[in-house]
Structure formats: C-alpha cells, structure tokens
Design a protein around this ligand. Structure first.
Ligand SMILES: Cc1cc2nc3c(=O)[nH]c(=O)nc-3n(C[C@H](O)[C@H](O)[C@H](O)COP(=O)(O)OP(=O)(O)OC[C@H]3O[C@@H](n4cnc5c(N)ncnc54)[C@H](O)[C@@H]3O)c2cc1C
Length: 518
C-alpha cells in the first residue's frame, strides 16, 4: 500500500530531520522497518505567514510493496519515416507538441522564425548594450520561445495535475533539477533554461524530427474548411495535413495574416500595467517579518491582488533577485518583463503590476475589428518609446513609486536593474489615465497590506504589456480544431489558451493527442 504523511517543522530544524524511512516508521507507526520498501519527499512548501517560519513536507511511503518503476514522460523513438505533423513556433507549446508527437510515433517538423538559443543570446546582448532590437530574435522570439530567458517559474493554475506532473517530469528528463517536482513554487532560472532547450532540440532531431530556425510562417493557403499549404519565408510552399500554430502572443504579424486571410480571430481582454522594482532586502524584510536568514530562506516573493472600483489589480510574474528585461519585438516600442537566475541572487525584486483591459477600454480602436485590443496595446508601447526625447532605442520611462502614486515628477531615480537605462518620466501621464488611476489606488492598498512596500526606494518602469494575448484564435473546446479550419490547431499563449510555460506546454501536448483522435 502507498501512504502519505506530512511534517511541519520550523525551518531551522529541517536539516536535523532523520532519514525518510525512519520518518515513515515514526509517523506511520510501523516498527518493522523492512516493511517500508521506499519513502521519499514529494512536496515541500514554506509557510512564512507567522514570524516563526515553517516548512511543510509531504512524504510518500510504499509499505509491503515495491514502488512502481519510474515512468519516462516522453518516449524517444525513431520517427524519421513516420507520418508528419507541422508545428509553427518553438516555444514551450511548440516544443512539447514536438516531444508528444515523437512519444506517439509521429514526425514533428517545426518552423521557428528566430535563432537557436546560443545565437539568440547575442541578440539579447545587443538589445541590452546597444539598444538594437532584432524583430526576429529577441526576448520573445527564438528557440524556446518567450520563456527561455525568464525566471522559469513553473507553477500554474492549471487544474490538470497529471499533465503538470508530466511536463515537470519532462523538464527533468531533459536536465532540470529534480527539485522542481517537489517544491511548491518551482523555478529553473535563466542560466539553466537554455541548456534544457538544447537537450530537447537534440532529442527531437535524434529521433528524426526537424527544427528549422530562421524560418517564418508568412502565408496560409486554404480551401473551404481545410489548410492545404503554408508558405515559409515568403518563398517556400509546403503542403500540410495538420498545422499546430504555436506562435505566442507577440507574433503580431501572425494575427494580421490571419485577419487578412479571413481566418477567424477575436479581440480579447488582456493585462497591462507597469513593472515595479524594490530592493530585494526590503521584500525579504516585509515577507519574512524582519526575520531573514539567507542561509535558510530563499529571496522572498510576493503575490498580491486588490480590487479597485470592482476591478482587479494584481501582481504578475514576480521575480525575486531578478532583472527587468527589455522585451520589445520592434525597435519603436518599449515593453518590460522580468527574469531571474536560478539562485535569484540579484539585489532587486521586480514584479509586473497589471490591470485587465476590457472591450470598453479599447473602443477608440474598434475600427480595427479583431485587432482592436492589439492596436491599443501597440499604441501604449509606442507612447512609452516616444515619451523619451531622442530615445536611443530601449530607454524606458520610469518614476519613483511614491511619485507615481502622488502624481508628481521624480527628480531622480533609484538604481534599477533594467540594463538599457531608465529616464525620469511622468509615467502616470503616459499610461492611459484609467490604467494609471487604477494602479495608483492599488499601490496605495498594497502599501497598507505590505508595510514598507510603498516606498521612495521603489521604481515603476513602463510598460508591462505582454503578460497575455490581446487576441484569441477560436477553437472547438473538445477537438481543439479551429472553428473555421478543421486541420488548424491554435495552441499556447498566442491563441489565448495558456498563461505561462507549463500551461502552454500542456496545451501543445494536448493538440497532438487531439490530432491523432480527430
Ligand atoms: C522575460 C519573460 C519572462 C517570463 N517569465 C515566465 C516565468 O517565469 N514563468 C512562466 O510560466 N512564464 C513566463 N513568461 C511567459 C512565458 O514565456 C509564456 O507564457 C510562454 O513562453 C508561452 O509559450 P508559447 O509556446 O505559447 O509561446 P512563445 O513562448 O511566445 O513561443 C512562440 C514561438 O513562436 C515563434 N514564432 C512567432 N511567429 C512565428 C512565425 N510567423 N513563424 C515561425 N515562428 C514564429 C516565436 O519566435 C517563439 O519562439 C515569461 C515571458 C517573458 C517574455
């Protein structure tokens, strides 16, 4: 039989815990140790709500039976001569669709507009150091997708527990630390993610799959309800039987292409706001009740949500010990997001703080139809760029948090991790007024529940606008087929069905299952 037990213990005593078998004997009251065939830690979480910080540990023990063999999440087999499946985009959705195809005996052929992770890194250095944005290779485009140079947070609100477990096990299969399956809030870190992506690519190619870089989808040809062929780089036509479209939420040209080709898409609510950065020490102090022992505790995170006039304002993608990243995909716009290395050991804590943008908010752009929300988003990003006189490229507008809340200019700014540089700007005036107002009130409320949060040492940087897609590509709920083109499978964040690495990966994986079923 399999039994679970849990232990709650002050964090400083965790190192003194006995071997798992002995813990099982004590907690399950089994004196004969030979009956306990195996016992291991399966979940670990921190409880920092009170000054005495505790860890919650859940163990699983096999009593009188041997544990089942470790399952291999993705079977790697030769698919070089198998039926083909075409995938656009090598982000989490596209790559896990490719892995699942191989697992199920199909040959994945992936087209990715960007470069492989190593070549891509040089383009990121250019954005940070020379302020040059390559529209095909940046923080959003390239091998591994938008999540490659991220904090690699792997928690998700997805209720599909089995699928989440499989994605985490899959990441471990390709080199991630085994702890990601145990920690309640696992993350991988920017320094480790690229190597995992390389391992995934090499496995796909070794099995006979294909990943083609610098290959952009530029057209789709269809008749009635079926795609016949796709065009790559405006010069190569390829016939396809099924197409998984996993191009992410920043591929504006894809949304425009679908709209032009009269393939149904819809404007959808999305989130927009600012990235706020505090000294990490301050966040540790607030979250750990001034009780921070950096030997025992990880740099503190926070998650906060407040209602302002009946609408939610919330933190998103909080990066402890992180860096604010320039995530624009075109040279004349400013977009922020955040990343952290695996140790989360930078002196800053940043987080997106966003409000939901709804139909009534983008009404000024309604002439663009299904692209109205996207045009609103683009307009705000360009206003950020234009708010800085003679912007050298990726300088971002910023304001001290208190000045933002009080509606006044900042004379100077604190140090900030955003590498291209920040410029004191009335960000509260550059943002749409309703966004600035909601944020202002929310920050005030945040300051009341997290004492010390509302400080002159914090800075807000604009604009956090790519947390979710402003467009959805509608599909049948059950079959995942596009509502109009039956062999098109729109997946992941760009299609509006995922919000993060894990949920995008699950969505890509599921599409393969549906293609086989359909
Ligand atoms: C800096 C940053 C930090 C983040 N941090 C986290 C985090 O810690 N945890 C988390 O869960 N999420 C994080 N996210 C969000 C996460 O990266 C996305 O949710 C996830 O990558 C979405 O996966 P996807 O496969 O749907 O799309 P994407 O990852 O966007 O991948 C789409 C891919 O398609 C390619 N593509 C686009 N158009 C074309 C075309 N026409 N032809 C061919 N290829 C094309 C792109 O180049 C890209 O590689 C972060 C995002 C960023 C930018």
């Amino acid at each position: 039989m399999v039994k679970q037990f849990d232990i709650k213990i002050a964090i400083e005593y965790e190192v003194n815990l006995s071997e798992p078998i002995l813990l099982a004997s004590k907690n399950l009251k089994i004196k004969d140790l030979s009956r306990i065939k195996s016992c291991k830690l399966i979940k670990r979480s921190l409880d920092a709500r009170k000054p005495e910080i505790k860890v919650n540990l859940i163990y699983e023990a096999f009593i009188d039976e041997e544990p089942s063999e470790e399952f291999l999440p993705f079977k790697l087999q030769d698919v070089s001569k198998s039926k083909q499946i075409h995938i656009i985009g090598a982000g989490p959705a596209g790559l896990f669709a490719a892995l699942e195809a191989i697992h199920k005996g199909l040959k994945p052929i992936v087209f990715e507009r960007g470069k492989d992770v190593r070549a891509r890194r040089r383009d990121l250095a250019k954005i940070n150091k020379e302020q040059i944005v390559n529209p095909e290779s940046n923080y959003c485009f390239g091998e591994g997708g938008a999540g490659t140079y991220s904090d690699g947070k792997l928690y998700t609100r997805s209720k599909k527990r089995g699928d989440v477990k499989r994605i985490l096990a899959g990441l471990i299969q390709f080199g991630a630390d085994e702890n990601i399956a145990i920690e309640a809030h696992p993350h991988i870190g920017t320094n480790k993610l690229p190597q995992i992506i390389v391992e995934i690519r090499e496995a796909i190619i070794k099995c006979g799959g294909e990943i083609n870089f610098d290959k952009k989808l530029t057209n789709i040809f269809y008749e009635n309800t079926s795609i016949q062929a796709i065009e790559i780089n405006k010069n190569k036509k390829i016939e396809v039987e099924n197409l998984i479209l996993a191009t992410g939420h920043s591929a504006r040209d894809i949304f425009e292409l679908l709209n032009d080709r009269k393939i149904e898409i819809k404007a959808k609510p999305f989130a927009l706001g600012v990235r706020v950065e505090h000294p990490q020490e301050l966040i540790n102090y607030i979250q750990y009740h001034s009780n921070f022992d950096n030997e025992l505790l990880p740099p503190a995170a926070y998650k906060i949500v407040k209602q302002v006039n009946g609408k939610g304002v919330y933190s998103f993608c909080m990066c402890p010990g992180g860096i604010i990243a320039p995530c624009a995909t075109a040279p004349n716009e400013i977009v922020t997001n955040g990343w952290s290395p695996s140790k989360r050991n930078n002196p800053y804590a940043n987080s997106g703080i966003v409000v939901t943008i709804e139909e009534e908010d983008w009404s000024a752009f309604s002439k663009y139809g299904a692209l109205a929300a996207l045009k609103f988003q683009e307009d705000v990003e360009q206003k950020m760029f234009n708010s800085i006189p003679n912007n050298e490229g990726q300088l971002a507008p910023a304001q001290r948090l208190i000045d933002f809340v009080k509606g006044r200019a900042s004379k100077d700014l604190p140090k900030c991790s955003y590498q291209p540089g920040i410029v004191p700007t009335r960000l509260d005036q550059v943002l749409p007024a309703f966004v600035a107002n909601r944020l202002r009130k929310a920050f005030d409320l945040f300051g009341k529940s997290m004492k010390g949060y509302l400080t002159n040492e914090a800075v807000v940087v604009g604009v956090e606008s790519r947390t979710s897609s402003p467009v959805s590509i509608p599909r049948d709920r059950e079959s995942m087929q596009h509502t109009q083109l039956r062999n098109l499978y729109p997946v992941g964040e760009g299609a509006g069905y995922a919000g993060g690495i894990v949920s995008a990966a699950i969505d890509g994986m599921k599409a393969v299952e549906k293609i086989i079923k359909n």
